[in-house]
Design a protein around this ligand. Structure first.
Ligand SMILES: Cc1cc2nc3c(=O)[nH]c(=O)nc-3n(C[C@H](O)[C@H](O)[C@H](O)COP(=O)(O)OP(=O)(O)OC[C@H]3O[C@@H](n4cnc5c(N)ncnc54)[C@H](O)[C@@H]3O)c2cc1C
Length: 384
């Protein structure tokens, strides 16, 4: 554990109070306005939420994986859009730098990311490159001491507010697979970067994604994560980043499931039909019980995989098992929670319909459920 028990509990209690008193009451407003108020973002900064996983020497809280999962599970009790604002700085937008960056790169960017002054974004996906992420087409051509980037990145979380992109681009045109790709740190103000219009999403209103287009964008060779020694090795950085990111999304799924179960239980105990609270009907109880058991199973999986990662074990297979099970689980829990609400569950007035749309994304990004299945099976066959 990076933190002693009492400091960790204090942190978790503070986040819990912030979620309950400040964020939950704002959920409907954020969803209808598709915007998180700036003062809330400032409060997140003051609480240190942007730097949960950034090492202490760079101004963050330096949480290990288990502690990060505990914190994210608490954040899951409110709309995932709030988590998305701090998500990239704690996950895919910073961890490549934390794991593989040079000392100079870390000193330059991590303190600003920890405080929330710098928003980091992770740009891997492209219009024709999704699940087959090693097939990156964005090119980075060497020109003296610089590389010149050309290409389009798609669905990039927090891109509209980003100051720093981690961009995966092909530095070896002879190689069409993952081995010819490097990870670049690109300042958002660099000439040659254009942002698309924010995408209209089915859920997680308040969190924004858009295209990022590179037109002859010059980035110095020194901006390759880890320096020129890491030329053509960027895909390894992306995969290591995603191992931790998948545990983060799994913990978030558990948190959202717990919130949905709490909402469904409260509704079932309140709502009366046939002269009784619907919670007394065994068919309703079955939905509550299945949800509870599945959320508990996912929670145990996530915490076990997180502890193993902290102990130095390689957890690629387990991270994919967690992502597959936890994100599918929260989909089933959301569906049952909505069913328990009956017609009311279909109405905007109740949070459950919003969560139903919000959690759908978890099964898609950071590797779809099918990609998690292929990773798990591929590793099983390799190890046999
Ligand atoms: C809101 C949102 C935010 C995102 N944020 C980011 C971000 O910050 N950075 C970033 O780089 N990307 C981001 N993404 C992109 C996301 O990671 C991809 O959408 C995802 O990896 C799937 O790629 P795709 O959409 O191209 O689907 P495709 O790869 O085209 O997949 C389509 C379908 O085919 C299935 N499929 C594909 N290959 C196989 C296979 N081998 N076996 C079986 N089935 C297969 C998939 O599971 C899926 O069901 C985001 C996406 C969304 C929607």
């Amino acid at each position: 554990m990076a933190l002693d028990t009492s400091t960790l509990n204090q942190l978790l209690n503070t986040i819990e109070r912030f979620v309950k008193d400040r964020l939950v009451p704002l959920e409907a407003q954020v969803s209808s306005e598709d915007r998180i108020p700036q003062e809330v973002i400032d409060e997140m900064k003051a609480l240190g939420l942007f730097g949960l996983t950034i090492p202490e020497e760079y101004g963050g809280l330096g949480l290990n994986t288990e502690e990060e999962c505990l914190a994210v599970r608490v954040l899951g009790h409110t709309s995932p859009a709030f988590r998305s604002v701090i998500g990239t700085n704690n996950g895919i937008g910073s961890q490549g730098l934390v794991m593989d960056g040079t000392e100079e790169q870390k000193a330059r960017y991590l303190p600003g990311m920890a405080s929330g002054e710098i928003i980091g974004s992770f740009a891997l996906t492209e219009p024709d490159v999704g699940s087959d992420s090693g097939a990156v087409r964005t090119s980075a051509r060497r020109d003296g001491d610089d590389f010149v980037l050309n290409g389009t990145k798609r669905y990039i979380t927090n891109a509209p507010s980003a100051h720093l992109f981690t961009v995966f681009a092909r530095t070896n045109p002879e190689e069409s697979g993952a081995r010819g790709v490097s990870a670049f740190l690109v300042d958002a103000s660099t000439p040659g970067i254009e942002l698309g219009v924010p995408d209209k999403k089915m859920g997680q209103k308040g969190a924004h994604v858009c295209d990022v287009i590179f037109n002859d964008c010059r980035d110095p060779a020194s901006a390759i994560i880890g320096g020129l020694d890491n030329l053509n090795k960027g895909f390894g950085t992306a995969m290591k980043t995603l191992d931790r990111g998948r545990l983060h999304i799994s913990a978030l799924s558990v948190g959202c499931a717990n919130r949905l179960i709490a909402d469904a239980l409260a509704f079932a105990m309140e709502r009366r039909q046939f002269g009784e609270a619907i919670a007394s009907f065994q068919l309703i109880q079955a939905m509550l019980a299945d949800s509870k058991a599945e959320a508990y199973a996912a929670d145990c999986m996530v915490m076990d995989a997180a502890r193993r990662r902290d102990a130095g074990e390689k957890v690629s297979t387990l991270a994919s098992c967690c992502k597959l099970f936890a994100t599918e689980m929260v989909g089933r829990v959301a569906d049952r929670a909505l069913q328990i609400h009956g017609g009311a569950g279909y109405m905007e007035e109740y949070a459950v319909s919003r969560f139903y749309r919000d959690v759908r994304l978890f099964r898609i990004y950071e590797g779809t459920s099918q990609i998690q299945q292929t990773i798990i099976a591929r590793n099983m066959i390799r190890d046999a």
